[in-house]
Design a protein. Structure first.
Length: 685
C-alpha cells in the first residue's frame, strides 16, 4: 500500500445509543439483534450484519477514500491522506447474505461485488438520528464528515448530507410534512434552514457555507499564552522538574519523611536537585532551633503534598477537637506541658499544622496589567502570570485538574477583581476531557503525537504520546485531549490541583517496577486518580464523627507570609526579595537556575548543620494514616495490578461509596509506622 498521511477528526456527533421518538425507549445505534444473528435459516441462507474491524480492507478503503475527498475539498497540499479512524462512535457494519448447500457456499453470480456472497454491502452507523439514518458509502458520508471537520458551530442545519438536510423532511422531523399547495401557490410557511440549503448551488461546498455562518467566539480554543519568565518556561518543559519553587512537598529524611518548602532547584547532568526547608513549630528558648535547609538530588526522594493524606497528630488530644487548632492559634505551651497527651512531637505536629494552613491559602504572582472591570466600570481587575494555590504553583499555560473526573483546564487568565466589596481570584481557560478511540495501525502516529497543537501544553501531548505508545501496541487504543468548554471561567474551589504527567509521577508514587508492569499492559491512567485534591487535608486526619470543616481560602501578599513562623524568618523562595544579601551559592551542580536559601544562622543549631535533622528527641513513633479517604477520583486499576505493587493496597468501595478507600500502605515504606522522633532518623514531617 502507498504511504498515506494521517488525518484526525477531533469533533463527532456520533451516538452509540439514542432515545426513541416517544422519549421512553433507548435503543442501540447499530443493526438490530435479529440482523446481527449469523445463524442460517432452514434453507441454508445466512442474512446478517457484522461489524468491520479497523484492520480489514473494507474499513481501510472507506477511510482512504474519505481522506482523499477531504484533501481535495480542503485543498491540502498532500492528497495522499487517510482517516486514522472514523469520528468517535461511528462504526462500519457489513451486510452479508449467502446460501450454503451441502457445506458449500452457492455462488449465484461471479460478477457480484460481494464475491462469493449474494451481497456484501457496508453501512456506517452512528448518526444521532439512529440506525435508520445510516450512511451507505464514503461519498454518502463525506458531506457530513466535512461538516464535522469545518463547521465550528456544531449546528446540524449547516450540514449538507442527505440525513441532516434531506429533500423530504418527513420521517426526520415529526410534523415536517407540509400540505400540498394549490397550483402556482407559494408556500405559506418559511422554508427551513435545511431546505433552504438544498436550494443552494450544488457546487457550493459545506466548508464555504459553514464559513458564512455566524461563529461564536466561545467555540474556539485559545492559543497558549506565551511564557514570559525563565522559571515559567522551565515548568512548561516535559521532564524538566517535577517539583516547583515555593511548593510544599514530602521529602525523605533518612528513614523518615518530612514536610518542607522548595526554596531553590537546579540541574546537574540532567538530574534535578532541590533545596528544601523543613517546616516545624516555632522554636522558643535556647534549646529549640529550626532545622537547616536540606538538599535532595533525586525526584524519588520527594512527593507532591497531595500525593499522601496527612497523618494523625502525635499529640492525641489534637485529633479529637471539634474546633481544631490552626498553626496561628496553636497552644504550643500546652503541648510542651503535655495537656494534649504525653509523648507527642511538636516538630511533627507543627509541620502538619503549617502545611494544612498553606493548603487553604493563595497568592497571585507577577502582575501583568490592571484594567477596568468589564462588569463594574467603577472598579478594576488585575491580571497575573502565576498563582500559588495551596501547596502548589501554577502558571498561565498550565493544565490544572478540575473537580470533574479527569477533566483539565488549560489556564489562560488569572484575574483578581478589585472593588470595595470584592476581592477574589477567578481563573479562565479552555476545558478538555480525555477521550480514547481505536487505533488499529501502530505504525501511524497517534492523535497526541500529531503536529504540534498551539492550543495544548506540550507536557500534555508528550505525556499522552508516551502512554499511547504503550496502549496502541497492546490494545490498539489511543487517547487525545478533546475540547469540551472553551473560555470557561471558574472559581478556585473547583480546582483540585495542578496536573502532573502520569509517565513521570506514577513511577515515583508506585515504583519503577510497578509502573513498568502497568505500562507493558498499556494500562497507564491519569495520575490524578492517585492523588488528593486541594482542601482534602482539612478533614483527612479528623475523626469521621466530628463535624466536617469547610475550607476558607486566605489570600497572602507573598509566599513567605503564608508560612508564618513555621520556618526561619530569613528563608526565602528563589526569586523573592530577601531581607539581607544572599550567601554564596553552592559550587557543585550549579547550572544557572539555582537561587539561594536564606536562613538566619542564629536560628540554626550548629550541631545540626549539614544533617537536616530535627531538634526534638521524642521517642514515640508517628502513626501515619495510610487512608486516602478524601480523594474523590475512583482508581481505574486493572485486575492483578495490585500484585505488581508492593507498596499499594487497593480495596473496592463498599456499596455505592465513591472515592479511594485505601491508597498508600505507608506502613510498608521506610520511615512510616516506625520511630520518627529520633535524631538518627529525622523528625518525620
Amino acid at each position: 500500500m502507498a504511504r498515506f498521511h494521517p488525518i484526525y477528526i477531533r469533533r463527532s456527533d456520533g451516538k452509540l445509543e439514542i432515545v426513541s421518538r416517544n422519549g421512553k425507549v433507548r435503543e442501540t445505534n447499530e443493526p438490530t439483534t435479529d440482523q446481527l444473528d449469523q445463524k442460517p435459516n432452514r434453507d441454508g441462507v445466512s442474512d446478517y450484519y457484522r461489524q468491520v474491524t479497523p484492520d480489514e480492507m473494507k474499513h481501510l478503503d472507506w477511510r482512504r477514500k474519505l481522506g482523499g475527498m477531504l484533501a481535495r475539498e480542503l485543498r491540502l497540499q498532500d492528497t495522499a491522506v487517510m482517516l486514522v479512524a472514523f469520528p468517535e462512535n461511528y462504526r462500519l457494519y457489513e451486510h452479508v447474505k449467502r446460501t450454503d448447500k451441502d457445506g458449500k457456499t452457492e455462488v449465484k453470480t461471479k460478477m457480484h461485488a460481494g464475491g462469493g456472497n449474494d451481497r456484501q454491502d457496508a453501512y456506517l452507523y452512528g448518526h444521532p438520528l439512529g440506525r435508520r439514518k445510516r450512511f451507505r458509502s464514503p461519498a454518502d458520508f463525506f458531506p457530513h464528515l466535512l461538516w464535522l471537520a469545518t463547521d465550528e458551530t456544531g449546528d446540524h442545519d449547516n450540514c449538507g448530507c442527505k440525513v441532516c438536510s434531506p429533500e423530504d423532511l418527513e420521517g426526520i422531523v415529526p410534523g415536517a410534512k407540509a400540505a400540498k399547495p394549490a397550483a402556482r401557490q407559494e408556500p405559506v410557511t418559511k422554508p427551513s434552514v435545511a431546505q433552504d440549503m438544498i436550494r443552494q448551488s450544488s457546487t457550493q461546498s459545506v466548508q464555504q457555507r459553514a464559513a458564512s455562518a455566524p461563529k461564536p467566539a466561545s467555540s474556539r480554543p485559545n492559543p497558549l499564552p506565551a511564557a514570559t519568565r525563565t522559571e515559567q518556561r522551565d515548568d512548561q518543559i516535559y521532564n524538566m522538574y517535577v517539583y516547583r519553587l515555593g511548593e510544599v512537598v514530602w521529602f525523605r529524611k533518612d528513614a523518615a519523611w518530612g514536610l518542607g518548602l522548595v526554596l531553590s532547584r537546579w540541574k546537574s547532568d540532567s538530574r534535578s536537585s532541590y533545596s528544601v526547608q523543613p517546616l516545624s513549630n516555632p522554636p522558643t528558648g535556647s534549646y529549640e532551633r529550626y532545622s537547616i535547609a536540606v538538599t535532595r538530588s533525586n525526584d524519588n526522594e520527594m512527593r507532591p503534598w497531595l500525593a499522601w493524606s496527612v497523618p494523625q497528630y502525635t499529640h492525641p488530644g489534637l485529633n479529637n477537637m471539634a474546633d481544631p487548632m490552626t498553626f496561628e492559634n496553636a497552644d504550643w505551651d500546652g503541648m510542651r506541658q503535655g495537656r494534649y497527651g504525653a509523648g507527642g512531637d511538636m516538630n511533627v505536629d507543627g509541620s502538619i499544622l503549617a502545611a494544612k494552613g498553606v493548603d487553604a491559602s493563595y497568592t497571585p504572582l507577577h502582575p501583568l496589567r490592571t484594567v477596568p472591570s468589564p462588569s463594574n466600570p467603577s472598579a478594576t481587575e488585575t491580571h497575573y502570570t502565576a498563582l500559588y494555590l495551596g501547596a502548589e504553583k501554577v502558571w498561565l499555560g498550565d493544565p490544572i485538574r478540575l473537580s470533574t473526573g479527569t477533566d483539565v483546564l488549560v489556564l489562560h487568565s488569572i484575574v483578581e477583581p478589585q472593588s470595595p466589596n470584592l476581592s477574589s481570584i477567578c481563573i479562565t481557560g479552555d476545558t478538555y476531557t480525555l477521550v480514547t478511540i481505536g487505533h488499529a495501525n501502530p505504525d501511524l502516529p497517534t492523535p497526541a503525537a500529531a503536529s504540534a497543537n498551539p492550543t495544548l501544553p506540550p507536557r500534555l501531548t508528550q505525556d499522552l504520546a508516551e502512554r499511547n505508545s504503550r496502549s496502541v501496541s497492546t490494545h490498539r487504543r489511543a487517547s487525545y485531549w478533546k475540547l469540551t468548554a472553551p473560555n470557561t471561567r471558574i472559581p478556585l474551589d473547583r480546582v483540585k490541583g495542578r496536573w502532573y504527567e502520569a509517565s513521570l509521577l506514577l513511577p515515583i508514587l508506585q515504583s519503577e517496577e510497578a509502573y513498568e508492569a502497568l505500562a507493558r499492559r498499556g494500562e497507564v491512567s491519569e495520575v490524578g486518580g492517585w492523588m488528593n485534591g486541594r482542601g482534602d487535608a482539612s478533614n483527612a486526619n479528623r475523626d469521621a464523627r466530628l463535624p466536617r470543616l469547610v475550607r476558607a481560602d486566605v489570600r497572602f501578599g507573598d509566599r513567605r507570609a503564608a508560612f508564618g513562623r513555621s520556618m526561619p524568618a530569613g528563608a526565602r523562595v528563589e526569586g523573592e526579595a530577601a531581607a539581607s544579601p544572599p550567601p554564596s551559592r553552592p559550587a557543585q551542580g550549579h547550572s544557572g537556575h539555582m537561587g539561594s536559601a536564606l536562613v538566619d544562622p542564629a536560628l540554626i543549631d550548629p550541631a545540626l548543620a549539614g544533617s537536616g535533622s530535627g531538634t526534638h528527641n521524642a521517642d514515640e513513633g508517628l502513626d501515619i494514616d495510610p487512608h486516602f479517604d478524601t480523594a474523590q477520583d475512583a482508581l481505574d486499576i486493572p485486575p492483578g495490578a495490585d500484585d505488581q505493587m508492593d507498596s499499594i493496597q487497593i480495596n473496592g468501595a463498599g456499596g455505592g461509596g465513591a472515592g479511594i478507600e485505601e491508597f498508600m500502605d505507608l506502613d510498608n515504606m521506610p520511615g512510616f509506622g516506625q520511630d520518627y522522633g529520633s535524631q538518627s532518623q529525622g523528625y518525620y514531617g
